[in-house]
Design a protein around this ligand. Structure first.
Ligand SMILES: [Zn+2]
Length: 366
């Protein structure tokens, strides 16, 4: 059944939205929609965060699953939400847990095929306390000009790469990766920019989580992403204190090695700031929240970082390219974070359905 990946994946945000709504309806679930007040889609369409609810809404155990935190990475997560609704959710589980499927958390980025929101913010770094002083990231400030080097100028690009290699040689690969990926709050034109205020997506997620999981005592979270890990394979980033109950749960669901020994791109895990997961934990502080991000690997570490820089560069400077060059680089970016191959898509679907079932079973037994 999963061979027909086109039943679950979509070629556009609009098509993904329709598939999700139909799948929720066919599963006899409840559907809610939160329209984005600013910004339209790439085809001028309305943008919204959609929510599908199945299972036991009154259960103290709620499973929150999110797609498209990083816009275009959402095609895989949205496909999994639809695939799970249409295939093999164990009916016995539906009596025991509630399932809150959040489709298109960053609908603007999803529709426009970019990672950031309509405000130009990396949503997965936005969930900090914006009333306090923004966290500093000294090393990022130093390397920022290299990270946004001109991709259309081979000499400038090569010079930036040399400069980054030099910094890597000085501080080490792990420290450099931490500076790049942990998040920064001073350079709106830079990568992993977490914004200066809570975005609409952030505030809407709070509304959704409080309404549908606000009375739960145990919450499982999967926030689907792409770009880290081996091609078509899952990569787990569980967020929990060492040896906490939440970490033990994630180990039960996802496996000891996957949870405890996970090294993104083979490096130490960055000290991530402002994650969606942090936001959810803060919205429902009385609840135990376990889980985190699951990535689907695409082209590996070098190309993964390139895609993040290419995404921003095309967003800000793509208009300077010829339409032909722009079209080629856009297609490359999309394939980098949402591979078109049936091999990748089938691998995501078959493995992802197993992960969702394991997580739901684990939550029901927690
Ligand atoms: Zn991501």
């Amino acid at each position: 059944m999963l061979i027909r990946y086109t039943d679950y994946f979509s070629a556009s945000y609009q098509a993904a939205r329709t598939k999700f709504r139909d799948a929720v309806n066919d599963a006899a679930g409840d559907f809610a929609s939160y329209e984005c007040p600013s910004g339209r889609g790439v085809e001028g369409e309305e943008l919204a965060i959609d929510v599908g609810l199945v299972g036991n809404r009154h259960s103290p155990r709620q499973f929150v699953m999110i797609s498209a935190t990083h816009g275009l990475e959402g095609f895989a997560g949205a496909a999994l939400q639809v695939a799970w609704l249409r295939n093999r959710i164990d009916p016995r589980l539906l009596g025991e847990i509630g399932i809150v499927l959040i489709h298109g958390l960053n609908p603007y980025g999803f529709s426009h095929g970019i990672r950031t929101t309509e405000d130009g913010v990396d949503l997965n770094r936005n969930f900090i306390d914006h009333t306090a002083n923004a966290p500093d990231n000294e090393l990022y400030r130093q390397i920022h000009p290299y990270l946004i080097a001109d991709m259309a100028d081979p000499a400038a690009w090569a010079q930036a790469q040399l400069a980054l290699d030099h910094v890597r040689g000085t501080v080490g690969d792990d420290v450099l990766f931490d500076a790049i990926a942990s998040g920064q709050y001073r350079h709106p034109d830079g990568i992993f920019y977490g914004g200066a205020a809570r975005t609409w997506e952030n505030r809407t997620l709070e509304e959704i989580v409080l309404l549908y999981a606000g009375r739960a005592s145990k919450v499982a979270v999967i926030d689907w992403h792409t770009g880290i890990g081996a091609y078509g394979k899952p990569f787990f980033l569980a967020f929990a204190d060492d040896e906490s109950q939440e970490q033990m749960q994630a180990v039960k669901w996802w496996g000891q090695d996957n949870v405890v020994a996970a090294r993104p791109h083979g490096r130490n895990r960055p000290r991530y700031k402002g994650l969606v997961f942090d936001g959810i934990r803060g919205f429902i502080p009385h609840a135990q929240v376990a889980g985190g991000v699951i990535e689907w690997g695409t082209r590996g570490p070098v190309a993964g970082e390139m895609a993040i820089r290419q995404d921003l560069w095309l967003r800000d400077y793509g208009h300077l390219l010829s339409s032909d060059a722009y079209a080629q680089m856009r297609a490359d970016l999309l394939d980098s974070l949402n591979p078109v191959s049936y091999l990748w898509r089938n691998s995501v679907l078959s493995t992802g359905v197993e992960i969702m079932n394991a997580t739901a079973q684990g939550l029901a037994a927690w």
